[in-house]
Write a protein that binds this ligand. Structure first.
Ligand SMILES: *[C@@H]1O[C@H](CO)[C@@H](O)[C@H](O)[C@H]1NC(C)=O
Ligand SMILES: *[C@@H]1O[C@H](CO)[C@@H](O)[C@H](O)[C@H]1NC(C)=O
Ligand SMILES: *[C@@H]1O[C@H](CO)[C@@H](O)[C@H](O)[C@H]1NC(C)=O
Ligand SMILES: [Zn+2]
Length: 360
């Protein structure tokens, strides 16, 4: 007798990534210590030589705080010589960024028999996952289309929670507002999967799903996400065309009607933190803002999931001033970080976006 066991058989098909935009680019990490160091970083951040990755804006670079940035291949010796000249020590995190990207695409596999939550998925796969998960769990999940992207793709929202017949308070969560932050959509999918898997057995989750709805957008910046798979792994913004500029896209996270285009954003269409021509100019942002305005009486919190770093951040990011409820937010974030740590010892820090305080 032969038993053919198909479960777990993996049909691997390598995914080909975008062409070699980042051949020879390096990623450096350093901690500026003097005003001269800061001035150099500000100067160089306004050139095409480098791209600051962390903190998320040059306005937030201060002394004694770690900075990560990518240096274009043709500028590495130039920039490293400058750093040495001003006595700013650096660490090379990545010798050749393109190799890192190609390795990542090589590791992505499509599995034939079950959805692999530990692998990254392209938009087509995620879109069909959204439909399937909603169809299979009608008691727990409903799928809404809240709008369309600039290039005409649907923007989906999954409402996750027990149907009680009456309106419930809700927690809103977006993933993939920044295209290249792939771990973010992967997290939203994981979250929805875990809610389904454990709602019958985990009493806390059961209670949450009875009392609350989670309004989850698995991928908000869909056009950018597709572009990060097909053309440029490090694409961040939307794909809308800009009047009077060859540079494409707006940072959707700088396009909301909250201190629009103030600190931490740019009015230059070529910047990765371009705030857009006007508030809610991006269809993706307008769709979310409209949804929130329409549901403002039930939405009690908004979570936005980003990478990279291990931080639980809360308002404000555009100013060092503290929010009126700073202590409550800090307390909440601290408890979240402690809960997270209690599982596998994972270390997150917490603080307002601008100060991003270290805790330990
Ligand atoms: C920064 O740029 C200014 C103006 O171009 C220049 O005077 C200054 O020397 C530069 N500082 C550093 C540290 O590179
Ligand atoms: C918000 O409500 C208005 C008016 O009822 C409606 O036209 C619009 O489609 C709604 N938008 C969303 C995103 O729910
Ligand atoms: C922007 O930053 C500057 C300097 O850090 C600060 O003085 C100013 O108040 C900030 N603007 C806003 C709107 O918070
Ligand atoms: Zn982000």
């Amino acid at each position: 007798m032969e038993i053919l066991l198909f479960l777990g058989v993996v049909v691997a098909s390598a995914v080909s990534g975008p062409a070699g935009h980042y051949q020879g680019d390096r990623v450096l990490r350093l901690i500026p210590e003097t005003d001269q160091h800061l001035q150099f970083l500000r100067n160089v951040s306004h050139t095409r030589k480098v791209d600051i990755w962390q903190p998320h804006s040059i306005d937030l670079v201060t002394t004694d705080r770690s900075v990560d940035f990518r240096v274009g291949a043709e500028w590495t010796s130039d920039v490293q010589a400058e750093l040495e000249k001003i006595g700013l020590q650096y660490e090379i995190l990545t010798e050749n960024l393109q190799i890192l990207i190609e390795n990542q695409f090589d590791r992505i596999r499509t599995r034939s028999f079950s959805y692999d939550y530990e692998s990254y998925h392209n938009w087509d796969q995620i879109e069909s996952w959204i439909a399937t998960i909603a169809n299979k769990n009608p008691n727990l999940i409903s799928r809404l289309k809240i709008g369309q992207s600039y290039e005409g793709r649907d923007i989906y929202l999954l409402r996750v929670g027990k149907r009680t017949g009456s309106p419930k308070p809700a927690i809103f969560m977006d993933c993939g507002i920044h295209a290249r932050e792939w771990i973010s959509p992967a997290f939203c999918q994981w979250f929805v999967k875990e809610a389904i898997r454990t709602h019958g057995t985990d009493s806390l989750l059961n209670c949450l799903l009875n009392e609350l709805d989670f309004l989850v957008i698995p991928v908000l910046n869909v056009d950018g996400y597709v572009y990060s798979w097909t053309e440029d792994r490090l694409w961040r913004k939307t794909r809308s065309r800009n009047f009077n500029s060859v540079c494409v896209g707006t940072d959707p996270n700088r396009n909301f009607n909250a201190q629009w285009c103030a600190n931490g954003s740019s009015n230059n269409p070529c910047s990765d933190v371009y705030c857009g021509p006007f508030v809610e100019s991006e269809k993706e942002v307008k769709a979310v803002a409209d949804f929130i305005r329409n549901h403002s009486s039930i939405i009690k919190a908004y979570l936005t999931i980003h990478s990279y770093s291990q931080k639980c951040l809360f308002p404000y990011s555009y100013t060092y001033s503290l929010a009126y409820n700073h202590n409550e937010l800090a307390n909440l974030a601290q408890n979240a970080v402690l809960a997270l740590q209690s599982l596998y010892g994972t270390q997150y820090t917490f603080g307002s976006g601008a100060s991003s305080l270290s805790w330990h």
